[in-house]
Write a protein that binds this ligand. Structure first.
Ligand code: GRF
Length: 236
């Protein structure tokens, strides 16, 4: 029997992170397999991409249910029928209710396009530019009751460049997201990142003495070859 953890991805739109997870899981050595994709929007572009890769898809629209709880219940039932062990939110634009979140606590993860706890919520790139930050990025975290607030599993940082606008910055972060999410899902699927007592517990990387697969993807200020002056110069 396969030891790969059965993972269902929830989307609402484009599905580029979903596509990155499917690509990673197409390697039989990857510790998770994507067994289904659920969208709350029938016109989500990601649905076609998943179907083209042979992944089962399901549309569960809020409009078809009388209440938020009934909608959550239908998603939960679909997850159970997929035999889901892990739920990966990837651009899923609806807030899940307390009962649902509690049921999947420690088994549901999300990707957010900012370095949490900064810039929770929407329009992260515009807000990052307005704030004048020089390092931006993305975060994968366990989903808890408060939005974008759960324990952090992994982060990737990117510089904010002189002349960036919302689109150029979003594109740079998105590239990092596509590397980070497969790494983070892999850690959760392997049990190397677990949620315990409201915190993320990371396994000791015994086979990673030089920390080369660090869960922080960023310029490492402790390595001498990192040119901090250069980094300071390319940021506004
Ligand atoms: C990503 O930026 C993700 O971080 C955020 O929503 C966006 C979804 O994009 N939660 P995609 O559907 O994965 O292309």
């Amino acid at each position: 029997m396969s030891m790969r953890r059965r993972t269902v991805v929830l989307i609402s739109g484009r599905g580029s992170n979903m596509t990155a997870l499917i690509a990673a899981a197409s390697n039989p050595d990857y510790p998770a397999e994507i067994v289904g994709v659920i969208s709350d929007r029938a016109n989500a572009a990601g649905l076609g991409i998943a179907a083209a890769r042979g992944i089962a898809t399901k549309v569960i629209s809020r409009a078809d249910y009388s209440s938020k709880e009934a909608h959550d219940g239908a998603i939960d039932a679909a997850l159970v029928s997929f035999g889901a062990e892990i739920v990966a939110l990837a651009g899923y634009m609806r807030i899940l209710g307390a009962r649902f979140v509690e049921k999947w606590l420690g088994r549901m993860i999300n990707i957010h396009p900012a370095l949490l706890p900064a810039f929770k919520g929407l329009d992260t790139h515009a807000r990052a530019l307005r704030a004048g930050i020089r390092i931006h990025g993305c975060t994968v975290h366990f989903v808890t009751l408060d939005m974008d607030d759960g324990p952090i599993i992994a982060q990737a940082a990117v510089p904010v460049m002189v002349g960036d606008n919302e689109d150029t910055l979003a594109a740079r972060v998105l590239k990092a997201e596509h590397r980070l999410y497969p790494l983070a899902l892999g850690l959760v699927a392997e049990g190397k990142a677990r949620m315990e007592g409201g915190r993320t517990v990371l396994a000791h990387f015994a086979d990673d003495a030089d920390n080369s697969t660090s869960v922080v993807m960023a310029p490492d200020p402790l390595r001498e070859e990192t040119d901090l002056e250069h980094l300071a110069r390319i940021t506004p």
